[in-house]
Design a protein around this ligand. Structure first.
Ligand code: SF4
Ligand code: SF4
Ligand code: SF4
Ligand code: FES
Length: 947
């Protein structure tokens, strides 16, 4: 039996075994196993309807009855545990009669429209009717029945048809046990019992559209609308979600080239059969009419686009790169990769830039999210990655969530975390805002440290102070595993009175006693794990906080085993991978510095080109250099810096100053509006490769349909390389992965073949760890001894003042994904059609702002207008918004401030003022005009060359 059930909950496996007889066969199973499961182990299938292999047994349908010799009655095998020596019969004439009777009752109140039902051939009720041999139904529809019950079609993705419901409660239990939302109940009793969502319909309810209930439903009651539209799928291909850093595995169920539905894979190492609304349902963007599938070029961003052949586009881009380098020098160009790209695409792009462009001017969107994680964890622990598997959380006694919102940002892991919390783990949340985890059904944070934005380092210092001064350090661990000298310096630093909770309480806005209690809980509550997100990294001291978190874990011995660790919740699907693949200007794949002679020699020999030992430009430096007239061309693959980087005006002015901007993307994104060459990209459904999730899990991306543009993205990059005189001879993404494995020690054992065999692999994967490494730093840290760093709190220069008295902080929500280019082109807009600004009632009242009013938000960087939502989720003095819609201009107001070590922008702290307004901001009006023109240029391209 596997260590985990399908949904990652540790199975209650006993060491003691029981032997019983089922249908004459001796079967031995662990104590506590149900008779139904034991029968399954012995190859005997017992009819069932309310039981599934992923939910707790329920015992309501009475179809799984068995006979046990010497016992009276007919126990339900799904809820009856095995006992030593019992003799069970699963098939007898009496059982057959009873089961037929049960089925007859179900079918007598069920529409007999199997032939025209959307799930004909894929329905458990139909299967069970066949299995029990039901041939006739003696009771008609004449009596009371549910056949005229009204359908609920409010959810954009699935419908609820109560006339087909057998009230087995699988949906209710899936919502509770798997998703943890508790949106459904069984209302009423007996004949009147029915599934209810507590509101008028699903869309209005607490439902987050994860699809768990749809998957659990044994009938066509809860069914995907896409299945109704397209019919039952014909074949399936397992691939990996292209949205967030959880990296859920899905079976793309297909009819020819048409995706019928995406079903979360039970074998997925990260998701164990669960999903969220994005991966499960929001894949329609792949065939959205806005997709651009033909290459386009133009001389100026004020010109219309000209649609050209691939050869023309590639040759034009190559000639521009050569011209610009000849005129302005090698360093005048660079490239940006994206965490939406596969590992193979990122690898090939950085190879093109280093080996063919001849510069290290390559950066990635991790610059604006988790670059401090890479830096901070490398310094302290020796590896730029999280330490655990997601399943590790099921062994945690204390969960410390800092600056992360897992139920929105990493929903499937959020559900797993909630499962562990319902089992009794303690919860500390450090967040300026009341995220859902603080209080949700059956979960309440033990401590919500509602700190002021920008004070993370002070909080870590105060917690460390308590641990050090109250004797809670695990000195034996520190002595054995860490650099003792560095520990002593850190210990003496945090022990200073100015780092005490009492001294820092005012700065933090958190009562000292809460900090003390939370610190004691973290240090003494058993296995304690820290999960953090962009609320930690996107600060002027992001790297400092990451190092402070690692210090805490080392000091309390909470690293190196299951249930503990330092866990960055990586935002995008492949942010870990894009960093692993060397898309930072100072590092080759595998985090090896470009100035390291041996590493450079390795890549020079493999790539056959001399490589620069000078670190290249980071994204903000590229932009600054563009404005200074020194940076002239950019190859931007899958990234939208205009919408996702701070200080939008600065970004757009820098792009306007360049002579050639090449954008490779699915859509005319905001950056593409400033481009001169557009290479159409392929969606994740149209390509092969791998993504690496937040737990270092490398998972396969498999092509399920032909690329709409004709090529996978790595092929386009390879074509550009050829046009620049450096042919790349890969035939398939697997060839690129083989090269990565050859040149990157942590990937040494990873290949497509291995991924086919194992499903996924967590790096490091090498000769010592051929199946990968779920938990890192077990016996020693990757850097040898763990190193403590002093983390002095330096308040950000972004301070509130009379002109800008409020702090704006930003974040994401469940239904949308980052810049929203994909999710805005799906029915997910039903949940989040626009970005809004959350304001505390006191701040709203002071300014005469009511719910729904238009509000001007001004910072020293710029001004925009959003609709107000008055809520106590934010604290007084703090306002919050998301950045999923470009017209919102959330990054028009964020500033150029950034992390001292990595330049990660300080997205989480911007001093602003709010005023009630009646019209859009100047920026928004200009944006509207500019974007309408650009969209028109792309929709109506010329077909003859004008360049
Ligand atoms: S909707 Fe489906 S899963 Fe839920 S009770 Fe009805 S038949 Fe069972
Ligand atoms: S879709 Fe998910 S959240 Fe909504 S009712 Fe079903 S299980 Fe619950
Ligand atoms: S968005 Fe994240 S949590 Fe949702 S299905 Fe995709 S990988 Fe899983
Ligand atoms: S499957 Fe056992 S009672 Fe329903």
């Amino acid at each position: 039996m596997s260590k985990y059930t399908d949904y990652g909950t540790p199975a209650k496996v006993s060491d003691k075994t029981i032997t019983l007889e089922i249908d004459g066969t001796q079967i031995t199973v662990p104590e506590g196993t149900s008779i139904m499961h034991a029968a399954m182990v012995g190859g005997v299938t017992v009819p069932k309807l309310c039981a599934t292999d992923s939910l707790e047994p329920y015992g309501s349908c009475r179809l799984c009855l068995v006979e046990v010799e010497g016992r009276r009655g007919f126990p339900a095998s799904c809820t009856t545990p095995v006992a030593e020596g019992i003799k069970v019969k699963t098939q007898t004439p009496k059982l057959a009669e009873l089961r037929k009777g049960v089925m007859e009752l179900y079918i007598s109140d069920h529409p007999l429209d199997c032939l025209t039902c959307a799930t004909n051939g894929d329905c458990e009720l139909q299967d069970m009717a066949g299995a029990v041999g039901l041939r006739e139904v003696r009771y008609g529809y004449d009596g009371e029945n549910h056949l005229k019950s009204e359908k609920d079609t409010s959810n954009p993705y699935f419908q609820f048809d109560p006339s087909k419901c057998i009230v087995c409660s699988r949906c209710v239990r899936a919502c509770e046990e798997v998703q943890g939302t508790f949106a459904l109940t069984i209302q009423g009793r007996g004949f009147d019992s029915k599934v209810a969502s507590g509101t008028e319909n699903f869309l209005e309810s607490e439902c987050v559209s994860c699809g768990a209930c749809v998957q659990a439903c044994p009938t066509a009651t809860l069914i995907e609308k896409s299945v109704i539209q397209h019919g039952v799928p014909e074949h399936s291909v397992t691939t990996t979600c292209a949205y967030c850093g959880v990296g859920c595995s899905f079976d793309a169920e297909m009819k020819g080239e048409q995706v019928v539905r995406m079903v979360p894979s039970k074998h997925g190492g990260a998701n164990h059969g669960h999903s969220c609304v994005k991966g499960r349902f929001a894949w329609g963007y792949a065939t959205h009419k806005d997709r651009i599938t033909k290459p386009m070029i133009r001389k100026s961003i004020h010109d219309a686009w000209t649609e050209v052949s691939w050869d023309e586009a590639i040759n034009y881009a190559a000639s521009e790169i050569k011209r610009i380098q000849a005129k302005y020098g090698t360093e005048s160009i660079g490239g940006i990769t994206s965490s939406r790209c596969t590992n193979e695409e990122v690898y090939v792009t950085q190879k093109l830039i280093r080996a063919v462009f001849g510069t290290n001017n390559v950066d990635t969107c991790a610059r604006v999210c988790h670059s401090p994680t890479g830096y901070g964890l490398k310094q302290t622990l020796g590896e730029s990655a999280g330490t655990q598997t997601f399943d590790s959380v099921m062994h945690s006694d204390v969960i410390f969530v800092m600056g992360a919102n897992p139920t929105d940002g990493h929903p499937v892991f959020g559900s797993q975390m909630k499962r562990r919390l319902r089992q009794g783990a303690k919860l500390i949340v450090a967040d300026p805002r009341q995220i859902d985890l603080v209080s949700s059904p059956h979960i309440k944070a033990d401590y919500h440290l509602k700190l002021r934005p920008g004070s993370n380092v002070a909080l870590i210092a105060a917690i460390s102070h308590v641990i050090v001064t109250e004797g809670l350090v695990n000195e034996a661990f520190v002595k054995e595993r860490c650099e003792w000298d560095s520990f002593e310096v850190w210990r003496d630093f945090v022990a200073k009175p100015e780092n005490s909770p009492e001294a820092l309480s005012e700065t933090l806005g958190v009562p000292a006693e809460d900090i003390r209690a939370a610190a004691r809980l973290y240090a003494t509550g058993g296995n304690a794990a820290i999960y953090y997100g962009l609320g930690v990294t996107e600060h002027s001291q992001g790297s400092t906080t990451v190092m402070g978190i690692a210090n805490l874990a080392m000091a309390t011995a909470n690293v190196g085993r299951e249930g503990v660790g330092v866990n960055p919740l990586r935002g995008q699907n492949n942010v870990q991978g894009s960093c692993d693949m060397g898309s930072m200007p100072h590092e080759f794949p595998g985090y090896r510095h470009v100035s390291d002679d041996a590493t450079r020699a390795l890549f020079e020999s493999a790539w056959g080109r001399p490589l620069s030992k000078e670190p290249g430009l980071r994204i903000p430096n590229m932009l600054d250099q563009a404005l200074a007239g020194n940076f002239k061309a950019l190859y931007c693959v899958g990234e939208d810096i205009v919408q996702s980087d701070p200080n939008t005006q600065h970004v757009t002015h820098a792009l306007e100053a360049m002579e050639c901007v090449i954008v490779q993307d699915l859509f005319l994104n905001e950056t593409a509006m400033y481009a001169h060459v557009f290479f159409p990209g392929a969606s994740f459904l149209e390509k092969s490769g791998t993504f690496t999730n937040a737990e270092r899990r490398v998972s396969p991306v498999r092509r399920v349909m032909t690329p709409k543009n004709g090529f996978e993205d790595w092929e386009v990059t390879a074509k550009l390389s050829s046009a620049l005189g450096y042919p790349m001879h890969y035939k398939h993404a697997s060839d690129i992965l083989d090269e990565i494995a050859k040149l990157t020690p942590t990937f040494k054992g990873i290949s497509f073949k291995k991924l086919d065999e194992l499903g996924s692999v967590q790096w490091p994967c090498d000769d010592e760890n051929p199946a990968g490494t779920p938990t890192m730093h077990i016996d020693e840290f990757v850097r040898g001894k763990g190193k403590f760093f002093i983390t002095e709190y330096v308040p950000t220069t972004e301070k509130v003042n009379a002109k800008y008295p409020l702090i704006l902080t930003t974040g994401r929500i469940l239904s949308q994904y980052n810049v929203g280019a994909q999710t805005r082109r799906t029915d997910n807009v039903a949940w989040h059609p626009e970005d809004i600004i959350e304001i505390h009632p006191h701040d709203a009242e002071d300014r005469g702002i009511n719910d729904g009013d238009w509000v001007g938000i001004a910072s020293r960087a710029g001004e925009t207008v959003l609709r107000a939502k008055i809520t106590e989720r934010v604290q007084p003095g703090v306002v919050y918004t998301t950045f999923h819609h470009p017209e919102s201009g959330a990054n028009v107001i964020t500033t150029e401030n950034s992390d001292w070590a990595t330049n990660c922008p300080e997205f989480k702290v911007t001093a602003v003022q709010l005023t009630k307004v009646t019209q859009l901001s100047d920026w928004q009006r200009d944006y509207k005009q500019f974007s309408e023109t650009q969209i028109d240029f792309a929709k109506n391209p010329r077909t003859e060359a004008k360049v």
